[in-house]
Ligand binder design. Sequence first.
Ligand code: DOR
Length: 435
Amino acid sequence: MPDAILIKNGHIVDPSQGIDGVGDILIKDGKIVRIVLQSDRATVTAAQSHYHTIDATGLFVLPGLVDIHAHLREPGFEYKETIKTGTMAAVKGGITSVCCMPNTNPVNDNKTVTEFILRKTYAEGSCYVYPIGAITKGQKGEELAEMAMMHEAGCVAFSDDGRPVMSSLIMRRALEYSRALNVPIISHCEDMSLSEGGVMNEGRLSAQMGLRGIPYASEDAMVARDIILSELTGGRLHIAHVSTEGSVRLIRQAKERGIKVTAETCPHYFTITEDAVKGYNTNAKVNPPLRTQRDVEAIKEGLRDGTIDVIATDHAPHHRDEKLQEFDKAPSGISGFETALSLSLRLVYEGILTMSQLVEKMAIISARILGIDAGALKVGFDADIVIVDINREFKVESEKFLSKGKNTPFEGWTLKGMPVITICKGKVYDWRQNE
Ligand code: DOR
């Protein structure tokens, strides 16, 4: 990276500081040193010849995105993804901070695994990685993991994602610890006794396709339980990948009552429905499953009115051969890093969110929930920045993904709006050069 970079004339958006206007950003030694808006009747001019200048005229300049929910698969499933390939794919998607879920092998349920992930990131990662520790040992739901030790080692949140914590007592204890440690518990809400054996949304389509369904009640029942436990304990509850109308309603009511709950959804839950699995398309198999148009509308409303705080990717790369199995046997998950921002921009085009609100949901609020210094264009912060061309169209071609996971239900879609430059960890990536 050149010693100094000047991003000129871009539309800078950072609602955490009330910034929404055209201006310049000056970066020195990887840190933001000045932000000047044209409305202040000033531009950064000093010694411009020494700077690497990026002309951002007509482009949006946003904080690098903070993804609160992703799977990097290392250690143990390097054939699906590694920290090296996953972080590179994240950066391509404009994401500069990634939280990685603990369902690795071994599970990240102790500080040795946490430290391994951080060491690997330091050596090979293109962006920042924040490990999420398991709530229970081996994610078995039976015994709490050493949360305090993992927190000390660098875990920013705890989750058994991929599996629910079925025991209410263990969830209660986890929430009590979360309160003491002041970290969120990220809950994968699924009542396994209701979802058992299910592979898609339960309804007419699952009956037609002859596949076992997962009812919305499987998610809603656990969201309700966890909200009640959060109220009981005062612990910090964050609901992962909201997919149902009922969850949105329950979270809205809980927030109205002042309970400490936050929630995320993912682009696939507000973009497509269960129809995407027609033809037994395993790339649309995900857990929780894609639901109905009614759920999609409720999630959009939840995003609009602030019930859903955050958009996360739930980037879940799988190997092509695994997804080539029969629908019942194929693993659940969507490779999300390289389409998340473009799919989410559709909410801005539809008038559901403003660009500022999108930045809040994809960077600022996620960083706040995690308690990390990221997701904002603040003087003194690392220059983690994504420059977006909202008019540029591209075709989703998973072969071109930098992620090893080619499993996307958006193959062949034409999307409008994409990151054209990402700046992270002292490097400038200009994605236009590879086109
Ligand atoms: O679809 C999913 N895939 N949902 C999860 O909760 C886990 C994830 C994975 O790890 O593949």
